[in-house]
Design a protein around this ligand. Structure first.
Ligand code: P6P
Length: 341
């Protein structure tokens, strides 16, 4: 409605980026172009999600991705949407996607950025209408050549210059961080404006939370540190009450809830999956950057996630992330049972 458009102090994502004085001038315009591409891709994914049932997009294409997981049509739509929008932005030299076996080098570009992304994380939940999301990380190209190189994707999360996620639920919400000094901001898509408008300024994960989020179906395979910590979550005594269990099974939804309500999200290593399940480049590192820039922590149990230097595009790492208190407790258990990893 006209009154909407005339709304005062309308902070769109683009305005937020262009006015962010924590960023040097040249970065602001480059980031504005990058995030405009990510917003466009997110709108395309959000739309195709809403239309999926109508256009019978549900169901598999009969192909599988590098991880042997059935690929749903929406995964392909999402991957194409992100790749096309990012290349068109003119800012990207290299892309690493969950849906691409190898890093994608963008030819004939002056782009200086490297984007790692999971275009549609949690897609196994789509048919059940559970919230799913897109996750992205932004690095600066480090390789000397004119074109980017796969090595540009293999940087520690500490090197991220920005990261974020879109979550497709009752609304499309984008949560982003342009670096530690900028903190974490949330934006909600307003269809009447076609803009992502700031809705969650300066997000801070609660220092302490009473929610634990883990797939307990794997508990028979956990190392001692993990099983002892989860038992602690359920215990009461010395003023502690049992934590609530919440597990959606869609990482973006579980992490978004953890950011807002506090507590801890875990995908531990176990004897079946010695490095856990979640992938470093486009799930763990970008979300660890968000969690840490909002005052939380992210650990593998023995090492802060952002300090890991990945050696391959689809590296998996164990992850415990969320409220500082809970993550420090986990690290205590791994010190107590050092044989666990
Ligand atoms: P599990 C979804 O498939 C996903 O990649 C993440 O979004 C989610 O956190 C995890 O896997 C769930 O895995 O083994 O608990 O079903």
């Amino acid at each position: 409605s006209m009154s909407e458009i005339g709304r005062k102090n309308l902070v769109t994502m683009t305005r937020y980026i262009q006015k962010n004085d924590k960023l040097p001038e040249d970065k602001r315009s480059e980031f504005a172009l990058l995030f405009s591409a990510i917003q466009l891709a997110s709108k395309i994914v959000g739309n195709s999600m809403k239309r999926a049932g109508i256009e019978s997009q549900f169901g598999v294409t009969g192909t599988t991705n590098v991880h042997g997981e059935e690929v749903k049509k929406l995964d392909l739509i999402a991957n194409d949407a992100f790749k096309e929008a990012l290349v068109e932005s003119g800012q990207v030299a290299v892309m690493a996607s969950e849906e691409e076996e190898e890093a994608v080098i963008v030819e004939n570009t002056t782009g200086k950025y490297v984007i790692t992304f999971d275009p549609l994380d949690g897609s196994s939940n789509i048919d059940a209408n559970v919230s799913v999301g897109s996750i992205f990380g932004i690095y600066e190209k480090k390789s000397a050549g004119k074109n980017g190189d796969t090595s540009d994707c293999l940087q520690a999360g500490r090197q991220l210059v920005a990261s974020g996620y879109s979550i497709y639920g009752s609304a499309i919400i984008m949560v982003i961080s342009l670096g530690r000094e900028s903190g974490v901001q949330g934006f909600t898509f307003d269809p009447s404006l076609g803009e992502f408008v700031m809705s969650h300024p300066d997000m801070k994960v609660p220092e302490n939370g009473a929610i634990y989020s883990v797939n307990e179906g794997n508990s028979a395979y956990w190392p001692k540190a993990t099983s002892q910590y989860v038992e602690y979550c359920k215990s009461s005594g010395e003023g502690k009450k049992p934590y609530s269990a919440r597990y959606i099974g869609s990482m973006v939804a579980d992490v978004h809830r953890t950011l807002l309500y506090g507590g801890i999200f875990m995908y531990p290593a176990d004897s079946k999956s010695p490095n856990g399940k979640l992938r470093y480049l486009y799930e763990v590192a970008p979300l660890s950057f968000i969690v840490e820039n909002s005052g939380g922590l992210a650990t593998t149990g023995t090492k802060r996630c952002l300090d890991i230097v990945p050696d391959k595009v689809h590296l998996r790492v164990p992850v415990f992330m969320g409220s500082k208190r809970q993550v420090l407790d986990v690290e205590e258990y791994f010190k107590k049972f050092p044989e666990s990893k």
